[in-house]
Design a protein around this ligand. Structure first.
Ligand SMILES: CC(=O)N[C@H]1[C@@H](OP(=O)(O)O)O[C@H](CO)[C@@H](O)[C@@H]1O
Ligand SMILES: [Mg+2]
Length: 543
């Protein structure tokens, strides 16, 4: 790096001093924390994004300012690689180092070393391009300015403010841009509408009366965006609640994370909605869960259809289309994490599917799913998507041209091609996921209750435990056994043994300052008691 570049960095660096004692880790999905403390972090990730773009031949990189399901006072950053997927994990240690570098001198020296090691061409005629997006958090606008300054402090780099977006919209746009396709927000919406309508037209004997779907927008960006889309969707009757107007607070008693973890109705929903099909987004609309209020309900409890159930519905539909194809045997695989309900895994295996497991965090699931011709991945919390390999998709497109129009095989191939265009292959996307669920339910002629009957969830419970230092918990690579603190796993095993179909594990969260406890057992009473005793052990060993 030459002197001008170093001077430019030192100058902008002075604008964003790092708060005393701040210690951040890239975590499960980027940096997160109290928004008031994040200026320096966002500025530094702006620099990183520009370097990443330069490293990859000035490809467009995405930088999203969001803290997803966290409380409104938090914020955070997610970086999209040119493929639309998460930032390559190889760059995470550098992200950690610069986010925590204390003095401007230390920061610039880390950057200089990294630029040399990675042979990043600063000052070449093509500069970096970084697209910035943010969710609806009030802190987003000023943090976005910090990101812009970070990007621009790398000579010749351009930051473009794409405005308020859902996380998956930005990832989709970055992916499309780098593929040389149309990549505006409007193109995103248009693609959803066209492919959805194409799938609707392929439904055999579609005479169904479409029943209303109630959507909980988490008082965030997802609610706003689906409201924009609503008028252009045929065959879908939507009522959107929790759009963030009427005084509702982002993620407070609403949203996919709340509904999935607490299994109760979000605010704005209740006994008047008994039996209705409902869907819930998280704060940046990359997660989707469904639920309904059961008719025997006398409380706020809901019947939850989580990511596992969405995965099962998708798998069933894709498998049905693949079965209609003659010739090539395709590799369809599904990917889950340790949080997947045991009953869902049994069900998927029973369908004859290849079920693989990955660590928590979509970056891990995505990587694994990309190994198949068609790989479907979902976290239980509702984050997931379907990946089609380039080679398999080319084969489908060629087949679609060759086959006789109107034949069953042609219809099946056309459905698969349309799914590959509808579903956001960059990253899990509540909007595109919702449209696919809706079209499949119409295709099957199923109500939400019928869909729920695919299998019955084993009772499960999740608890967050606050401890002085969550990093004291170290797990095996599968995350299902704790290696540290010493002795805790034996104690957990002793608890598990007391319960029929008992399963439990602990891991430190990568997005919140807590240790997570997950448990399953044959009855709700049993699982509550198992989760409680494991949480107690966490307190004893770490408290
Ligand atoms: C149990 C759980 O839901 N964990 C979530 C949560 O990660 P944690 O590392 O568990 O905090 O946030 C991640 C990002 O949204 C998501 O990928 C993950 O599944
Ligand atoms: Mg999210």
């Amino acid at each position: 790096m030459d002197k001008t570049q170093i001077a430019s960095l030192l100058k902008s660096c002075d604008l964003f001093p790092i708060p005393q004692g701040l210690k951040l880790s890239y975590g499960t999905a980027g940096f997160r924390g109290d928004a008031k403390l994040l200026d320096s972090t966002v500025y530094r990730v702006g620099i990183l994004s520009a370097l990443r773009s330069l490293k990859l031949g000035s490809a467009t990189i995405g930088l999203m300012i969001t803290a997803s399901h966290n409380q409104i006072s938090d914020n955070g950053i997610k970086v999209s690689d040119p493929s639309g997927g998460m930032l390559s994990q190889e760059w995470e240690p550098f992200a950690d180092q610069i986010a925590n570098a204390y003095s401007p001198g230390e920061l610039v020296s880390l950057i200089t070393q990294f630029v040399e090691k990675e042979e990043i061409p600063i000052g070449d005629k093509n500069g970096a391009v970084v697209w910035l997006g943010r969710d609806t958090r009030p802190s987003g606008e000023s943090l976005l300015r910090a990101a812009e300054i970070g990007v621009s402090s790398v000579l010749g780099s351009v930051a473009i403010d794409m405005g308020i977006l859902t996380t998956p919209q930005l990832h989709w746009m970055v992916r499309a841009k780098n593929k040389g396709l149309k990549a505006t927000e409007n193109d995103y919406f248009e693609n959803l509408c066209t492919t959805f309508s194409c799938l609707i037209d392929l439904i055999p004997n579609n005479k169904l009366e479409v029943s209303k779907l109630l959507v909980d927008g988490a008082n965030g960006v997802g609610g706003e965006k689906i409201e924009m889309l609503k008028g252009s969707l045929k065959n879908l009757d939507l009522e959107i609640r929790n759009i963030g107007r009427d005084g509702g607070v982002l993620n407070e008693g609403v949203g996919a994370d709340f509904v999935q973890k607490e299994k109760v109705v979000p605010l704005g929903f209740g006994l008047n909605d008994v039996g209705m099909r409902c869907a819930s987004f998280d704060g940046d609309a990359d997660r989707l869960v469904y639920f309904y209020v059961p008719s025997n309900s006398d409380s706020e409890k809901v019947e939850l259809l989580d990511g596992d159930k969405i995965l099962s519905l998708f798998a069933l539909f894709i498998k049905e289309q693949l079965n209609a194809l003659e010739g090539k045997h395709s590799r369809l695989g599904v990917v889950q994490t340790a949080y997947a309900n045991g009953a869902s895994t049994d069900y998927l295996k029973q369908l004859g599917l290849d079920v693989a497991f990955a660590k928590t965090g979509v970056k891990h699931l995505h990587e694994k799913a990309a190994e198949y011709d068609i790989g479907i991945y979902f976290e239980a919390n509702g984050h997931g998507t379907i990946l089609f390999s380039e080679s398999f998709l080319s084969l489908l497109v060629a087949k679609q041209k060759d086959l006789t129009q109107g034949s069953e095989e042609h219809k099946a191939v056309s459905r698969l091609v349309a799914v590959s265009n509808l579903i956001n292959q960059a990253v899990g996307d509540a909007l595109s996921g919702l449209l696919l669920v809706e079209v499949i339910l119409q295709h099957m002629g199923w109500s939400i209750q019928k869909w729920n009957e695919l299998y019955k969830d084993l009772p499960s419970r999740q608890i967050k435990v606050e401890v002085p230092d969550r990093t004291a918990v170290v797990t095996t690579s599968s995350e299902t056994e704790a290696l540290k603190p010493l002795g805790i796993q034996d104690a957990i095993n002793a608890e598990i043994k007391k319960y029929l179909r008992g399963r439990a594990f602990i891991r430190p969260s990568g997005t919140e300052d807590v240790v997570r406890v997950y448990a399953e057992a044959s009855t709700q009473e049993a699982v509550d008691s198992l989760a409680k005793s494991v949480a107690q052990l966490v307190k004893e060993f770490l408290g």
